[in-house]
Write a protein that binds this ligand. Structure first.
Ligand code: PLP
Length: 427
């Protein structure tokens, strides 16, 4: 089929707007009449810096990120890299805070070995990382923290699998049941679980900062729902997202980091101190502080990927005068069309997650019409593909059908899928 004949519902990489790709194709050959393509220009050139700065500014504008308090950095190791970066950077920041408190307590005259000994005890008794596990991706992040730091420091503060008889994801545990640590190095959650179709309906109340802005250090993975709804940025210390769903193409990951976690406020502890404490030392490319200090150019960055993200943002800003609120309204409308079509045929479909936490981005369901589920789903996928509705197969770990309803799916694409869902059920 040709590009215009299909609507691609894949979970990521996602489809990109055709006009953005056409412009990018030209830019790959010759960027702005320089005779050199965008992937060939130096990342140290003024032109590259302009692309980075514009993409940062447009992202901040679109999401209303308060840039006096937050820094946007482009990272390179994917969402998975940020699972590790979160642990390294925020454990480092925790050690810096504890070190300062111990020096204050013991007095300026205290010897280095006494300080390290007190710190070692503090690590042993108090260092805790809290994870809210609501799907496959937060589970992976939790497991990475255990691997890097040791399971004794990592607290499974909530586990959605305990809520179902078959230990599957599909609900978010009541906030009152979350077992949060006192003064955790951070609390982590995944705002939208791409594999399981579970999305937080709103920011968790229990993590909300008080009137003075004091609260837990909250980190969220927003890889698969960023740019699709308003984000209360001030409630987070860090949020991150890979580009390959709603922002651009695979290759860059964005971290939005509160400036109080970057130099000069909190610097990372020395490698020597971390070694004495038996805590891991981050690879330098995963240190937000280093990347931020270098405006995302500590080492060679794919400027092409940043350019694509920048063009997507420019298109969003031009399309929606009320910025992300405009896109949010469309995302909700598209999701409702698809869920309504599924709900109209309970004899043919079973939506996987609980209604209260259904994702607007990844719509996961089973086809139960006739024969076995397996046969029904094969028939559904085959007929959908024949109609140009592609990429609907569920993640290999859970099976079923998944319609990824990212920003690049036009309203007509969602309408077409809703119609197909209806006609398949009644055929
Ligand atoms: N987090 C979420 C929510 C994801 O959907 C994904 C990938 O699909 C990741 C993290 C991992 O991202 P990456 O493959 O870029 O490491």
């Amino acid at each position: 089929p040709t590009r215009s004949e299909i609507t691609y519902f894949g979970a990521g990489p996602a489809a990109l707007p055709t006009d953005v790709l056409e412009k990018a194709a030209q830019a790959l050959i010759d960027y702005q009449g320089t005779g050199l393509g965008i992937a060939e220009h130096s990342h140290r050139s003024e032109l590259a810096t302009n692309i980075i700065n514009e993409a940062k500014a447009d992202l901040a504008s679109y999401l209303d990120i308060p840039t006096d308090q937050y820094e946007v950095v482009f990272m390179q190791a994917g969402g998975t890299g940020e699972f590790s970066a979160t642990v390294y950077n925020l454990v480092g920041a925790w050690v810096v805070r504890q070190h300062a408190a111990i020096v204050k307590e013991l007095g300026e005259g205290a010897g280095e070995s006494a300080i390290v000994e007190a710190l070692r005890k503090k690590v042993e008794s108090d260092l805790k990382l809290d994870y809210i596990v609501t799907g496959g991706w937060s589970l992976k992040a939790y497991q990475e923290a255990q691997r890097l730091l040791g399971p004794e420091y990592v607290n499974l503060a909530a586990d959605a699998r305990t809520l179902s008889d078959d230990k599957k994801f599909g609900k978010i545990p009541e906030e009152s049941s979350w077992n949060l640590s006192k003064d955790a190095a951070f609390v982590y959650y995944c705002d939208n679980e791409t594999v399981d179709g579970v999305e937080f309906p709103a920011f968790p109340e229990i993590l909300r900062p008080d009137a003075n802005g004091n609260g837990p250090i909250v980190v969220a993975d927003m890889s698969s729902n960023i740019l699709s709804r308003r984000v209360p940025v001030e409630n987070f210390s860090v949020l991150f997202f890979g580009a390959q769903k709603n922002l651009g193409c695979t290759g860059v990951t964005v971290a939005v980091v509160k400036k109080s976690f970057l130099a000069p406020s909190v610097t990372q502890p020395s490698p020597a101190l971390m070694r004495k404490l038996g805590l891991p030392i981050p690879p330098i490319v995963l240190q937000w502080e280093i990347i931020a200090k270098n405006n995302s150019l500590y080492n060679t960055l794919s400027i092409f990927d940043v350019y694509i993200a920048g063009q997507v943002l420019k298109k969003l800003l031009a399309t929606y005068p009320d910025k992300v609120d405009g896109q949010q309204a469309v995302a909700e409308k598209k999701a409702k069309l698809i869920y309504d079509a599924l709900e109209a045929h309970p004899e043919a479909y079973r939506i996987v997650p609980d209604k209260s936490v259904r994702s607007r981005m990844n719509i996961c369901f089973r086809v139960i019409k006739n024969g076995t589920v397996d046969e029904s789903e094969k028939a559904f996928l085959k007929e959908a593909t024949a109609q140009g509705l592609t990429g609907l197969k569920g993640h290999r770990s859970v099976g079923g059908i998944r319609a990824s309803n990212y920003n690049s799916i036009p309203l007509e694409g969602a309408e077409k899928l809703a119609k197909f869902i209806d006609s398949f059920a009644t055929a």
